[in-house]
Design a protein around this ligand. Structure first.
Ligand code: C2E
Ligand code: MG
Ligand code: MG
Ligand code: MG
Length: 292
């Protein structure tokens, strides 16, 4: 009986599904205009040294503020941009905007941070990618070590030799590459072998069940051992509780990111958080109050 229901469910076309399809079609054409209309902006989520609570890096995260629909999540529009062939231009905009922001912070005397940027495979695989990065860093007077590019396992898998060349070239340049959402895609062990990966971001789905879920605990510990033995710096994502924080710290993870410390914030909040008089770290893990 369940099987019949399942089959019928496929044919059943609800008004809700219809609305979703219409929304997607509309968003697709609106996405083309969004860059020109300056509807994108970046927010920055701090990465902290979990031992001290100090901010060591920020991750640039894209926000689309649609004039009528309001905020649209990157989880929805990034996959759409990939399908529409718009992702490369968006990635380029993000990289430029984030590097310009770093340059502004430098001019304002903000202590230097690392900046993490999410890039899709589409651009990463291009022949001139590394040259573009190099000239952008030069124009903003940024040391390559301050840039970190996050790519997902899925993206790595889709590219063959081109990806290997890019990884080695970035490594030689000094730009750090991170595997994002590690453990959720196809195994990228082969790429870890190249010794050109500097960071590994432990996906929030494994952090979620810590410390009680024994599978999550075992997987996270294995990932941390892998990092230690390969000389890769782990970064845990999606840390929301003090219990998760304590487990990760005890297991040897130094850097972490999550709502426990701060949600993604506007650039001026980062400046406030790093202002000289402000006490950083200490017993209060939370840098920014939770979203209301
Ligand atoms: P990601 O790179 O893995 O980014 C982490 C996501 O988790 C962000 O969602 C962040 O707001 C969220 N997050 C951070 N801490 C916590 C936490 O403690 N709990 C929970 N539940 N969530 C947390 P966001 O900003 O919606 O981004 C979603 C994804 O969209 C990103 O995943 C990334 O894959 C993609 N993305 C975002 N910005 C860009 C961009 O500029 N370019 C590209 N190509 N992709 C982007
Ligand atoms: Mg990321
Ligand atoms: Mg991630
Ligand atoms: Mg993610």
């Amino acid at each position: 009986a369940a099987k019949t229901e399942e089959r019928n469910a496929f044919r059943f076309y609800s008004p809700r599904m219809h609305a979703d399809v219409l929304r997607r079609i509309a968003l697709a054409s609106e996405l083309r205009k969004a860059l020109a209309e300056q509807e994108f902006r970046l927010v920055y989520q701090p990465t902290v040294d979990m031992r001290s609570g100090r901010i060591v890096a920020v991750e640039a995260l894209l926000r689309w503020h649609h004039p009528e629909r309001g905020a649209i999540s990157p989880g929805e529009f990034i996959p759409m941009a990939e399908k529409l062939g718009l992702i490369r231009r968006i990635d380029q905009w993000v990289l430029q905007a984030a590097c310009t922001q770093m340059h502004r912070w430098d001019l304002a005397g903000v202590p230097p941070l690392r900046m993490a940027i999410n890039v899709s495979a589409h651009w990463f695989g291009q022949a001139n990618f590394v040259d573009d990065i190099r000239s952008l860093l030069e124009s903003r007077r940024l040391a390559p070590e301050r840039l970190m590019l996050e790519i997902t396992e899925g993206a790595i898998l889709r590219l063959g030799e081109e990806m290997e060349r890019t990884l080695h070239a970035l490594h030689a340049l000094g730009v750090g590459v991170a595997i994002d959402d590690f453990g959720t895609g196809y195994s990228s062990m082969r790429y870890l072998k190249l010794r050109a990966i500097a960071y590994l971001k432990i996906d929030q789905s494994f952090v979620f069940g810590l410390p009680d879920d024994s599978s999550d605990a075992a997987i996270v510990e294995a990932m941390l051992t892998l990092c230690r033995n390969l000389g890769i710096s782990p970064i845990a994502e999606g840390i929301e509780t003090e219990e998760q924080h304590r487990f990760l710290l005890r297991a040897g993870c130094v850097e972490g990111q999550g709502f426990l410390y701060s949600k993604p914030v506007d650039p001026d909040v980062i400046v406030q958080l790093l202002s000289p008089g402000r006490r950083q770290g200490g017993p209060h893990l939370r840098l920014v109050p939770p979203e209301s």
